[in-house]
Design a protein around this ligand. Structure first.
Ligand SMILES: Cc1cc2nc3c(=O)[nH]c(=O)nc-3n(C[C@H](O)[C@H](O)[C@H](O)COP(=O)(O)OP(=O)(O)OC[C@H]3O[C@@H](n4cnc5c(N)ncnc54)[C@H](O)[C@@H]3O)c2cc1C
Length: 526
């Protein structure tokens, strides 16, 4: 049932063409909606834009707008928001896993696409088939995203070009040239940075929304899903949220007209399971620890979270390099290992004093174990929705993950020994193993024994921020992304993945937002 409404928040310069974006909670909360989407991130924005074509949509986003902020929009500032993360207000929110690794999550419209490295690559056909997704709709959904947000690099950076040549010299073949498809071998992929270095976030997909049918409320942190019970089954009826503009709490309700309105969680792999737990859906013993009334004992919420382990080789370059995001990837060992590259420029103190600095150019490779078997758990730490939950990923605890990490490090060693990468060594440098000036832990040689490489995997453990799970398909949600045992509630984001799609998740996560939106429209309009 269509429920059009008209509003105007003023089409001024501050909302960058998104006339429906506001931070005025009072304005947004006095209405009911066909869909309330929690989280205006990678999945939430395309989902909202799609549903708004026929239904009224409210997006609750805890962060602010990405527009007009050079730290977000400019590729050369990549990493700055991560360094400036604080607890409650910054664009990125840091969290330390129980394993001891510092990671980040987004707190801004556009979600992680506003702070990530921009690498854009689709999922494999095998992945799409395993998920039981409609291949034709998957393709058209990718295309919908790519028209707006994916750019073919017109030139590789100096380091990316050397990395690509090194992969070919080391026989990581075939060379597939430029493609967004997931293909074994070496390829150049797309980026969400355009060729002027400007970032395009998932928020740009909101330009395709029906402005008469959508409200995007910023600085609104959902604290609880509201429910009523019909025929003994829970049904989502709205959302309670906290406006971080004025510190007040508000409620927004679903339209009761058709009985088919829904709350959809797209708050990410930390945010969505956290919100289910805060709302009383999760393992009862855990909820009782926090005196949260148990509405549904869904034991799998927060279980089987994962993050892909990896390591990095980072070296100082004797040749000036520019800051570059990943452009090239090697997809190896039947898609079990991926290797990327990136380069950066920073100022470092001379002789340990901060008074004088020098410019340091560095290049890096990083490997990723694609399908780790180690799994962990997400639990509440506090009842404050602004706080991070606690997460443990148990990196490398499964022996096969460690074996794959060893293989991946050996790939990086092989690449580092090619003529193409040897040009980045320093001559006559006694402190530099094999002529490289390593930044961080020195990577082992390709002839190092397994124990040495295993030690490097543990000591040099790094994340690509591809953490996922917590609302896994099959246990927390069904294949249509509906939460098991609840009516009118779905989850659509990285918390639903059992494995990360493709080399990196953002392409498929934006696609999934569009795809699920179309599926919901098809169900309701038929
Ligand atoms: C630093 C970094 C680099 C990365 N590099 C790449 C890369 O190069 N390529 C790639 O493909 N992937 C990359 N990734 C991973 C990828 O960006 C993420 O996996 C993916 O974008 C997550 O999508 P999502 O929709 O699950 O969550 P998000 O995009 O994080 O969206 C969740 C949204 O929900 C909001 N939210 C959370 N809780 C609440 C609440 N209670 N109320 C209201 N709003 C809430 C958040 O503010 C956020 O906007 C990177 C990630 C990071 C952090």
């Amino acid at each position: 049932m269509l429920a059009y409404f008209h509003h105007s928040f003023g089409g001024n310069d501050t909302n960058f063409g998104l006339s429906f974006m506001t931070a005025d909670a009072a304005l947004a909360s006095g209405r009911s909606y066909d869909y309330i989407i929690v989280g205006g991130g990678t999945a939430g924005c395309p989902l909202a834009a799609t549903l708004s074509q026929h239904f009224s949509v409210l997006v609750l986003e805890r962060g602010g707008s990405p527009y007009g902020n050079p730290d977000i929009e400019n590729r050369d500032r990549f990493g700055k928001p991560l360094r400036e993360a604080d607890n409650y207000t910054s664009i990125a929110q840091g969290f330390v896993t129980e394993d001891g690794l510092l990671l980040h999550r987004a707190r801004v419209l556009g979600g992680a696409t506003a702070i990530n490295a921009g690498f854009y690559s689709r999922a494999s056909l095998e992945y799409i088939r395993n998920m039981g997704w409609d291949e034709k709709l998957v393709n058209s959904s990718y295309e919908w995203v790519e028209k707006q947000n994916a750019f073919r690099p017109n030139k590789l950076s100096g380091w990316a070009s050397a990395f690509k040549n090194a992969l070919l010299q080391a026989q990581f073949l075939p060379y597939n040239g430029y493609t967004v498809d997931h293909v074994e071998g070496t390829k150049i992929s797309a980026s969400t940075f355009d060729n002027n270095g400007k970032r395009h976030t998932a928020a740009d997909l909101l330009q395709k929304a029906n402005p008469k049918n959508i409200v995007v409320l910023l600085n609104a942190t959902a604290s609880r899903i509201l429910f009523n019970s019909t025929g003994g089954k829970l049904k989502a009826s709205g959302v309670e949220f906290l406006s971080t503009v004025n510190g007040q709490s508000y409620k927004v309700l679903l339209s009761q007209f058709s009985g088919r309105s829904e709350v959809i969680l797209s708050a990410g792999s930390l945010g969505s399971p956290q919100l289910l737990l805060l709302s009383g859906i999760g393992p009862s013993e855990h909820l009782k620890e926090f005196n949260i009334p148990v509405l549904l004992n869904l034991t799998s919420v927060g279980k089987d979270v994962q993050d892909n382990p990896g390591t990095t080789m980072r070296v100082e370059s004797p040749i000036p390099l520019r800051i570059s995001s990943p452009q090239v990837v090697a997809i190896l060992n039947n898609s079990q290992i991926y290797v990327f590259s990136g380069s950066s420029v920073d100022q470092v103190p001379i002789n340990g004093t901060s008074n004088s600095t020098r410019t340091r150019y560095s290049g890096s490779f990083f490997e990723k174990v694609a399908f780790p078997l180690s799994r962990g758990e997400l639990r509440l730490r506090t009842k404050d929705p602004r706080d991070n939950p606690s997460v443990r990923y148990n990196y490398l605890s499964h022996p096969l993950d460690l074996q794959l990490c060893v293989q991946a490090v050996r790939v990086m060693s092989k690449v580092s020994e090619t003529a193409s990468i040897q040009q980045f060594t320093f001559q006559n440098s006694s402190s530099s193993p094999r002529g490289f000036r390593f930044i961080g832990t020195a990577m082992p040689d390709s002839d190092s024994d397994d124990k040495t490489v295993e030690k490097f995997c543990h000591e040099g453990l790094a994340s690509h921020w591809h953490y996922h799970g917590g609302c896994n398909v099959g246990s927390v949600i069904d294949k249509s992304h509906r939460v098991n045992g609840v009516n009118g509630l779905r989850v659509v984001d990285c918390s639903t993945y059992i494995d990360i799609p493709g080399t990196n998740p953002q392409a498929t996560t934006m696609m999934l937002g569009r795809y699920t939106g179309i599926k919901i429209l098809q169900e309701r309009l038929q």
